[in-house]
Design a protein around this ligand. Structure first.
Ligand SMILES: Nc1ncnc2c1ncn2[C@@H]1O[C@H](COP(=O)(O)OP(=O)(O)OP(=O)(O)O)[C@@H](O)[C@H]1O
Length: 249
């Protein structure tokens, strides 16, 4: 039987992050398999964004190790980060750039060679339903389309792993549905981590769910197994994340 490691696109082992004396991520292990959409849930302040910033190489862990497609993120950050596309909670969009200008800029930041930039921009726009918005100023686009531009910059270099931090916040129900369809499509060919507060979003888009609470991972389960057991995600979420002051994990 093939080694499980072959199927792992991302493996974070025992990562921790302190701010001063306070541990906001504690002894956390997270593994992402090829072609999997992982939903990362947790109440406000659970440590989701801090975790995502660490596994994308934007924040150094206080301890622990992170491997991205077999490359050690801390030893070879540039090589490891080439496998990752990241849409942060606050996407770094420039409102006075057109979609084309911004994506060309993103392509260069991701070190795509000059001769391939135009092709990469066209491909990313096509994947994200932006082909007819090339010359629009980003500031004039709806929030839903701006989020699509954020995803387009995250996938422009064809990464193996796409990490999305609360991508549907502030979207109307139609834009949310479109965004979920796009995430599902992306998950067909890549590994995706989706951080969200919306339980139904995880149920409709993800293969696996992990719940964080007070910096720790308190649940890690395949959704199919979860459903087969007749378990209820909302009830389980409440059970695992309430009683903040009495939790002793
Ligand atoms: N730079 C920082 N300095 C000190 N504390 C921080 C810093 N960044 C985050 N924290 C704290 O770390 C904890 C985890 O924050 P984080 O943003 O990772 O949580 P989250 O699960 O993403 O929350 P939300 O769902 O509200 O976005 C919070 O208590 C936050 O106040």
């Amino acid at each position: 039987m093939a080694d499980e490691r072959e199927y792992l696109t991302l493996s974070a082992q025992h990562i921790q992050r302190f701010y001063g004396e306070r541990a906001v991520v504690r002894d956390l292990t997270l593994q992402l398999r090829k072609g999997e959409v992982l939903g990362l849930l947790g109440p406000n302040g659970a440590g989701k964004t801090t975790t995502l910033r660490m596994i994308t190489g934007n924040l150094a862990p206080s301890s622990g190790s992170i491997e991205v497609c077999g490359v050690d993120l801390l030893d070879e950050p540039q090589k490891a980060k080439a496998h990752i596309g990241y849409l942060p909670e606050m996407p770094p969009l420039y409102s006075d750039m057109t979609v084309n200008e911004y994506l060309r800029f993103a392509a260069r930041l991701h070190r795509i060679e000059k001769q391939w930039v135009a092709q990469a921009v066209e491909e990313a726009k096509k994947r994200c339903g932006l082909a007819d918005r090339s010359r629009y100023l980003i500031g004039n686009l709806s929030k839903g389309l701006q989020q699509r531009v954020g995803i387009a910059q995250a996938i422009i270099h064809e990464p193996d792993i796409i990490i999305l931090d609360e991508p549907t916040v502030g979207l109307d129900p139609n834009q949310m549905r479109e965004m979920r369809t796009l995430i599902r499509d992306l998950g067909e060919s890549r590994s995706v981590i989706l951080s969200t507060h919306i339980l139904s979003e995880v149920e409709s888009v993800c293969d696996r769910v992990q719940i964080m609470h007070e910096g720790r991972m308190v649940l890690n389960e395949m959704l199919a197994d979860f459903k087969q057991k007749g378990a209820d995600l909302e009830a389980e979420f409440t059970r695992l994340t309430q009683n903040t002051l009495t939790t002793t994990h």
